[in-house]
Write a protein that binds this ligand. Structure first.
Ligand SMILES: [Cu+2]
Length: 195
C-alpha cells in the first residue's frame, strides 16, 4: 500500500518544519495547516483521507476533496465513535456512485476506526483484524482484504478524520465496522447504497 504524506500539520509549532506541502497529482492545492495521507492505490473509487485535528472545539484543516470533483461533494455523512463501543449512527444511506465525504469523529475515550466493507463482511473483517497480532497497530487494524472498501485511520480519542470516496455503484446493504480488536462485536452499522 503506497502512502504519500501530503502535508505537515501546524508547521509553526514544529521547529524542523520543511517547505510548504506540495499536493500530488490529482490533488487540490491546499493551504493552511493540515496533515494527511492518501493511498494512491485507493484512488477513485476508494477513499482518500485527510486527518483533521480538533482543538478548542474547532477543526483545523480544510480540504475541498479531490481535484476532479471540482469542489463538489454529493453527500456528507457524519458518524461518531461513542461510548459503549458504538457508532452514533446505526445506518446511513448514500446513492450509488455518489461522491461522499465521511466525517468520522472519535468522541469516546477509546481507539476507533471506521471501515466500510462489502455486504455481510463486517464480522469477517473484524475477525481478520483480531488475527493481525503485532502487525495490527501499524495497519490501523485494517486487514488487507478485498472485503475492505474504505477506511479511516485508527483515531485516538477526540480526533476527527474525513475520508472521501465514491459510493459503490451496486445498491446493497454494505457495513461499517470498527476493527480495533474486539470492537466489531458491537461497533457495526449499515451503509445502505440505495437509489
Ligand atoms: Cu472501536
Amino acid at each position: 500500500m503506497k502512502k504519500f504524506v501530503i502535508g505537515v500539520f501546524v508547521c509553526a509549532l514544529v521547529s524542523a518544519c520543511g517547505s510548504s506541502p506540495t499536493a500530488p497529482e490529482n490533488f487540490a492545492q491546499i493551504g493552511g495547516n493540515w496533515t494527511g495521507t492518501f493511498d494512491s492505490s485507493n484512488w477513485n473509487p476508494i477513499a482518500v483521507k485527510v486527518n483533521l485535528t480538533q482543538s478548542a472545539g474547532s477543526v483545523t484543516g480544510t480540504w475541498a476533496g479531490p481535484t476532479d470533483w471540482n469542489g463538489t461533494v454529493d453527500q456528507t455523512v457524519s458518524v461518531q465513535g461513542v461510548e459503549g463501543l458504538k457508532f452514533s449512527l446505526a445506518s446511513f444511506d448514500v446513492k450509488p456512485g455518489a461522491r461522499v465525504k465521511l466525517d468520522f469523529a472519535n468522541t469516546s475515550d477509546m481507539l476507533h476506526n471506521l471501515v466500510v466493507v462489502k455486504p455481510g463482511a463486517g464480522t469477517k473483517v473484524g475477525e481478520a483484524a483480531l488475527k493481525l497480532g503485532l502487525d495490527g497497530q501499524k495497519l490501523d487494524y485494517v486487514p488487507k482484504s478485498d472485503d475492505v472498501l474504505f477506511n479511516t485511520s485508527l483515531l485516538e480519542p477526540q480526533k476527527v478524520e474525513s475520508i472521501y470516496f465514491v459510493a459503490p455503484t451496486t445498491p446493497g446493504e454494505y457495513q461499517y465496522v470498527c476493527t480495533f480488536p474486539g470492537h466489531y462485536v458491537t461497533m457495526q452499522g449499515t451503509m445502505r447504497v440505495i437509489r
